[in-house]
Design a protein around this ligand. Sequence first.
Ligand code: PMP
Length: 394
Amino acid sequence: MLELLQPQPADKILALMQAFREDPRAGKIDLGVGVYKNAEGVTPVMRAIKAAEKTLWETETTKAYTGLAGDPAFSDAMIDLVLGTSVERARIAAVATPGGTGAIRQGFELIKWVNPEATVWLSAPTWPNHPSILKFLKMPLAEYRYFDDETRGVDFEGMLEDLAQVKAGDVVLLHGCCHNPTGANLTLAQWAEVIAVLQEVGAVPFVDIAYQGFGDGLEEDAAAVRMVASEMPECLIAASCSKNFGIYRERTGVLMAISEKADGQPLAQGSLAFLNRQNYSFPPDHGARLVTMILTDPALRADWEAELEEVRLGMLALREQLASELQRLSGSDRFGFLAQHRGMFSRLGTTPEMVEKLRADHAIYMVGDSRMNIAGLNAQTVPILAQAIVDAGI
Ligand code: PMP
């Protein structure tokens, strides 16, 4: 049997990480993998997570199974964080999942289960795991235009035109904030227009929110998903705690399914729990428990929010420094988009050849589509990157 397996292409970002590790050059800069790093290049454990872990170690009395949906207190805390009071609680079904990826996977399986014909529409470009999981599940997928290579902003007209082609019952996957890989995001006024099109065509929105708190703030970053959830009859939401709680390896996420009416919720809740059981029974608990402790304890929550805000403002300062350094060196405003983008990533908008040149000549590593992890920079390396970009003639 095993000889029938086909070798799979290596993950490009993991291969890039490997090449970076093996590069002997001093001063090499890693803008590749999508984890937050502080100015020292470290992905720290957040203070509130450390504090919650200490308390948990002292007070946890059992490691017996939780429920198939995970601890309901985690779902409640995450619904509160992501949706606030935008949707009637009684309409929302939610289960804990292994990370945001687990939530996306479960969401896709739910779609396939109830409507195998449904096409899932993805932004062009999107996080590569979206199409990869859909293809693995043999689900129909399509793309809508999203990124404008000229302006490095959103091709909003193209996006609306493509979304108008969506069939009733199809699913449209949207990044709730901090678009990965481009960093280009819709304004709230544009979200309202997108929602109007989705309503008109009868599409089901599936919002992937993996960077709440990394863009304009915790509340601000949730504004779009709240608008979608409150204005569409039905909606799926995959939320990840990997980035904003810095608990990548704990695999903590949640899938929410919002039914049109509260009487649809028990069916959705039971179906999500059933899906968990088919795939892994009980979702991981450790990270979810820490998140719940933080979100429900005022002091821990205040400290977490303060640290998250430091992270957010640090990335924003790097964006502004990079944009102004490039403006000074190139004598043009063409890199102004870097300060407009939000989240951990920006797509520089150059060719794979240029990306390779930056790696070969300057030991600067970014993903082949020219996605840069802004958190891979610090105040000292920003001028080095800016000089390299200008030298390369980008
Ligand atoms: N969605 C997007 C757009 C992402 O960038 C990520 C993380 N790279 C995720 C979902 C899920 O991350 P995780 O499974 O680590 O929570």
